[in-house]
Design a protein around this ligand. Structure first.
Ligand code: KG4
Length: 342
């Protein structure tokens, strides 16, 4: 939690969720998310459709966030918005809305890096709920549809990437493997659900040999694809008959890959406060692995509530609160950026 009681409006529009949240001194007052169903029939996010949906959603979402917080626009101290990384067309909607509102209200703008916001989601406190944020420094495994990174967090404005994927992200591996099984989009939650009923030792897929703390998931994807191709040649109903075991084995492989590098990062840095963030942190197998490693290696683990794992404006308001407190205001001339690391 930040020390002051500043009232910050957060705006998130980096991909396919339009979200607005109000935070007072790190305490969540409201968090409204409008998800976009339009993409599911295309098997992935269609950028042009995403920006159009943001345009339709942004005004009602901000209005609801402010109303649910029991405040008015005039009460706000600053507006924090996601400047990037993300889809440019989507980011432009949130950026321009935030700029317009800050000009109209004559209050500061605060730029937020979407990845840093995920990592700082652990500091969001809910009224009347016990909350223990990680102490600095901590390690955060940031796993989403576009990123897989191990980040050393020394302070809200001092983060170092210790390792990251050299190709696909962990969420992408779930989504692409789910797609070849014909399971729908996004694949991660579907694989997770089926994995709960399957045998994780039934199939073995290749694990990458990448030096240092970096990740790779493209080899796993290929190995999965080849297994399906070979087995389908023998039995056209192979996927239908073995869905649960395929999902369980895939999920176990992804988790093994993620956890082995994280353990190495903990040993190399001596840091045992270990957090997880991003959409894939909703995975129940990964959450179980965190608890198992905590018992085995004496880690203190920090797992966000489900609502703060996927894209949301509460984490943007949180990262914005830290920046606002240290006077790191944004510029009205800032333009969104599509790619960056922390
Ligand atoms: O952080 P996020 O909401 O969005 C971006 O990447 O922008 O992450 C989305 C990713 C998708 O790949 C989705 O399949 C994955 O998170 N995901 C999961 C689960 N829930 C969401 N992956 C595995 N298990 C889950 N339960």
């Amino acid at each position: 939690m930040t020390s002051s009681s500043s009232l910050i409006l957060g705006i998130e529009s980096s991909c396919d969720d339009t979200s607005a949240a109000v935070l007072r001194g790190g305490l969540l007052c409201s968090n409204v998310i409008a998800s976009q169903e339009v993409h599911s029939k295309y098997g992935g996010v269609v950028p042009e459709l995403a920006s159009r949906a943001h345009l339709q959603n942004i005004v009602p979402v901000v209005q609801q966030a402010v109303a649910r917080a029991g405040v008015t626009l005039a009460d706000l101290d600053a507006i924090a918005y996601t400047r990037g990384p993300g889809l440019l067309g989507s980011l432009i909607v949130g950026t321009n809305f935030a700029k317009g509102l800050s000009l109209a209200l004559q209050i500061p703008l605060v730029e937020v890096n979407h990845l840093q916001a995920h990592v700082l989601a652990h500091f969001i406190a809910k009224p009347e709920e016990p909350h223990t944020p990680p102490p600095f420094p901590y390690l955060c495994l940031l796993v989403s549809g576009g990123n897989s990174q191990i980040v050393q967090v020394n302070a809200p404005d001092d983060m170092r990437i210790l390792g990251q994927t050299i190709d696909d992200a962990a969420g992408e591996a779930f989504d692409k493997c789910a797609k070849v099984m014909g399971l729908g989009y996004p694949g991660g939650p579907i694989v997770n659900k089926l994995a709960n009923e399957g045998d994780a030792e039934r199939f073995h897929f290749s694990k990458p040999q990448v030096p240092g703390l970096d990740y790779s998931f493209s080899g796993l994807k290929t190995s999965f694809l080849y297994t399906l191709r070979d087995e389908l040649a023998k039995d056209p109903d192979f996927v239908a008959k073995n869905k649960a075991d395929l999902c369980a084995s895939l999920q176990k492989t992804v988790i093994d890959i993620l956890m082995s590098k994280l353990l190495r990062a903990s040993k190399e840095t001596g840091i045992k406060h270990i957090a997880v963030a991003g959409g894939v942190s909703a995975n129940t197998g990964l959450r179980d692995a965190y608890h198992a490693y905590a018992d085995r290696y004496g880690w203190q683990v920090y797992i966000p509530p489900f609502a703060f794992t996927t894209d949301n404006a509460a984490m943007v308001a949180m990262a914005g609160s830290f920046a606002y407190e240290r006077g790191a205001y944004g510029s009205i001339d800032a333009v969104p950026f599509a790619k960056t690391t922390i």
